[in-house]
Design a protein around this ligand. Sequence first.
Ligand code: C5P
Length: 243
Amino acid sequence: MEKLYEGKAKILYPTDDPEVLLTQFKDDATAFNALKKGTIVGKGEINCTISTALFQWLESVGISTHFIAQPAPTQMLVRRVKIIPLEVVVRNIAAGSLCRQTGLVEGQILPFPLVEFYLKNDELGDPLLTSDRLLILDLSTPDQVEELKSLALKINQHLSNFFNSCQITLVDFKLEFGLDSQGKLLLADEISPDTCRLWDHTENDPREKVLDKDRFRRDLGQVEAAYQEVQQRVLEKIASEKP
Ligand code: C5P
C-alpha cells in the first residue's frame, strides 16, 4: 500500500474512505531528535494498544480524539485531521528539558501544571515557543491557544487520575492536535510510554521507577519490560472499570 507519510514511530496509509487513515505503529525508537536510534521489540503493538485504551477511555470522559478502531495489534484507524504543527507538553513534575533549561531539580513537584508549546519541526529541533512567537508564526489565534491550553490541562487531569489509579505518576507528556474536515479540534497522534514520562509509585529507586522512553534515552535497560508493565496496568485498570 502506498504510504502517505512515514514518521519516526508510525506510518500513515490512506484508506478507501478519504476521511479515514490507517496508522501503522513501528518498533523503531529514536531519541534526541533522531540522533539516537534503536528498536524496542514489541513497541509498535504495545504503544498501539496503550494508545487505543487511553483514547477510548478519554472519549468516555468527553475528550474528542481521532481514534476510530484498532483493526490489528499494530494498526489504528483514525479520523483524517490536519495536524496543527505544535507539540503541546504538559508537566506536573520537573524532568527532562525543563531541568536542563531551567536548573529545576528532577522530581520537584511543580506548583501548577505547566503547559508548553513547541514547534513541530525536526530541522529546527522542535524549539520552545513563546506566546508571541505562536502568534507571529500564525500557527494559531489567541483563542485557539487558550482552547489548546485548557484542553491539554483537562486531559492532564483525566490522565493523571487514571495513571494514579494504576500506581503510576504522570510526570509529563506530549500531545498533538488536529482539525477534522468540519474544523473540529481532535486529540491526535498517540499517548504511550514514548510520549509520556511515567514513574512507578511502587519503586523508590530513581532508575527502577522509570517506565517510559527515558529507559531507552538514558540506557537504563529493560525497556520492553517497562512498556509491558504500563500496558498491563492500563488494561487491568480499564477491565476493572467495565460493568
Ligand atoms: O524532552 P522533554 O522533557 O521536553 O519532554 C517532555 C515530554 O514530552 C516527555 O514526556 C517526552 O517523552 C515528550 N516528548 C515527545 N516528543 C517530543 C518531545 C517530547 O513525546 N518530540
